[in-house]
Design a protein. Structure first.
Length: 115
């Protein structure tokens, strides 16, 4: 199983982007899908996660600005990013955790927010 992320790009501060990440195969019915990010010179950090049951968790820095959703039929997770700030600039990685795939990472998509 592979994760294919898309939707990154360059946006001005205050703008919006929507990231998508689709799994190529079965990831199991009980799983957590999420997004992490890594800015230059910084460690990778959790941005948002969503369980197969729809429970969500967000980093404090993105609460109120980002939303996460999923389409279980398509094994796809989305990250809607609004009111983007320059400090949101990072490579964003999608992730799936389940008994079927273990801990699986996508290839990363670059989000650049200009001031």
């Amino acid at each position: 199983v592979q994760l294919q992320a898309s939707g990154g790009g360059l946006v001005q501060a205050g703008g919006s982007l929507r990231l998508s990440c689709a799994a190529s195969g079965s990831i199991g019915s009980n799983n957590i899908m999420g997004w992490f990010r890594q800015a230059p010179g910084k460690e990778r950090e959790m941005v948002a996660t969503i369980t197969s049951g729809g429970n969500t968790n967000f980093a404090d820095s993105v609460k109120g600005r980002f939303t996460i959703s999923r389409d279980n039929a398509k094994n796809t997770v989305y990250l809607q990013m609004n009111s983007l700030k320059p400090e949101d600039t990072a490579v964003y990685y999608c992730n799936v955790k389940s008994a079927v795939v273990g801990w699986l990472w996508g290839q990363g998509t670059l989000v650049t927010v200009s001031s």
